[in-house]
Design a protein around this ligand. Structure first.
Ligand SMILES: *Cc1c(COP(=O)(O)O)cnc(C)c1O
Length: 421
């Protein structure tokens, strides 16, 4: 194991993003590998939140239009800050709602069923909330049987050709993940968008597991819409406000979930009952922005701007490469299945491993200071995050995992998941 430690230390000393770790509150003595579920707090995010509290303290209601970041425009301001991470134009990105609400908003806005074209295409492996939201849109329009799921061949990944084969003239809207939340596979968004458009289908992506870890080029790829959360790789804090991208060419469309913050700002306070739709990205808001759940993003996104998403992606790949290399060399005899793609070009920012004792292994890891997460029925997800994890963290994670396997420490724990996994 000694040689791995040395290799890790050498990689850390050559790491151009190394200094960013100092901006985060790192758990002393812990190896935090769960940044794809809840990113850590940075000092920048903390300061940004305190500044907004201070604006409230000093300005009261005037804070909506006074102070450094007037709350009235905060969703748009933060949207512009996030735009480079999506490859969307600054006029196409907004911080608002939650991921699930944004799915309801976008899918409903784009869903214009006819008797021949009424299906929503999703995938077999997607996150439940995305499926519930799509199904509820179909139910409300009387097309409950319209949900089509692309099937995975291996239970973990999707084939581009299978998705394309499912795009027929009966499909109205497609919603797919950019990075699959379990296996971490990246879908080929560019190719899928091209094919969807050839068939006259609207296509959107859920970037929850890719934003902040993987670069996107949504405008260049001509993606119609995208949604994401900001508490995973973007470190916006628990319950942080989500993000939405809508391609400019659709901004003329009537939004489905209307509320006064989707109104033209110049006439919003006329308080008349005729909705004057903003006509730009801000129209996808519904009600008053959740200011304290937006505020940490102001600081957090500054770190992303400074680090640059391309450099973050490069380090993230080096971290997962190193982890995979160590697992392959040290854990062969324990039949740990590496589910995530070995191919770098389609590997997101986290690794999924499988084992029949995964729940016990997950608990054993936590008892030894490694914080991963468990995904039923038999998987552990591990996310070394470029901005705050070191190669040495990865080394210790795999070293501890090896100890657990050597000593069968997982047997001390029941093979059951917790309420929040
Ligand atoms: C995390 C995640 C969500 C969470 O949605 P919320 O509305 O923020 O609770 C939804 N979809 C996917 C794919 C996710 O990874």
């Amino acid at each position: 194991m000694e040689k791995w430690l040395k290799a890790a230390q050498e990689k850390d000393s050559n790491d151009v993003l190394r200094s960013f770790r100092d901006d985060f509150y790192i758990y002393e003595g812990k190896y935090y590998m769960d940044g794809n579920s809840l990113g850590l707090l940075s000092k920048c995010a903390e300061t940004a939140l305190l500044n907004v509290l201070d604006d409230w303290k000093r300005h009261g209601i005037e804070g909506w239009t006074a102070g450094e970041r007037p709350w009235f425009y905060l969703s748009e301001t933060i949207g512009r800050q996030m735009a480079p991470l999506t490859g969307g134009d600054v006029s196409e990105v907004l911080a608002t709602n939650s991921t699930t609400t944004n799915i309801h908003q976008t899918v409903r806005t784009f869903y214009r069923p006819t008797k021949d074209r009424y299906k929503i295409l999703v995938d077999d492996l997607n996150f439940p909330s995305d499926i519930y939201a799509c199904q509820s849109v179909l139910d409300d329009y009387g097309y409950s049987d319209g949900l089509v799921k692309v099937q995975s061949r291996d239970g973990h990944t999707l084939k581009t050709e299978d998705i394309i084969a499912a795009m027929d003239e009966s499909v109205a809207v497609i919603l797919l993940p950019a990075v699959l939340y379990r296996s971490g596979q990246i879908l080929d968004m560019k190719t899928l968008t091209e094919h969807a458009h050839k068939k006259g289908i609207i296509i959107g992506f859920d970037l929850c597991h890719s934003i902040g870890a993987v670069p996107h080029h949504l405008t260049e790829w001509d993606v119609d819409f995208a949604v994401w959360c900001t508490y995973k790789h973007l470190n916006g804090g628990p319950g942080a406000v989500g993000g939405v991208y809508v391609n400019k060419k659709h901004h003329h469309m009537d939004v489905s979930l209307k509320g006064w913050f989707g109104n033209n700002k110049d006439t919003q306070f006329d308080m008349v009952h005729e909705f004057d739709q903003a006509g730009d990205i801000s129209q996808y808001q519904i009600g008053t922005p959740h200011v304290f759940s937006l505020a940490p993003l102001i600081g957090s996104l500054e770190l992303f701007e400074e680090a640059g998403i391309e450099r973050i992606r490069e380090k993230s790949l080096e971290l997962t490469d190193f982890m995979l290399e160590m697992i392959d060399a040290e854990l062969k005899e324990y039949h740990i299945e590496v589910v995530s793609p070995m191919d770098r070009t389609i590997r997101g920012g986290h690794i999924l491993i499988g084992h029949e004792k995964a729940a016990g292994i997950n608990e054993a890891l936590k008892s030894k200071g490694v914080i991963p997460d468990f995904r039923a029925p038999g998987y552990v997800r591990i996310a070394p995050v470029a901005l705050y994890n070191s190669f040495e963290d990865v080394y210790h994670t795999v070293r501890i995992l090896k100890d657990i396997m050597d000593d069968k420490l997982y047997e001390k724990f029941g093979n059951k998941r917790g309420v929040v996994a």
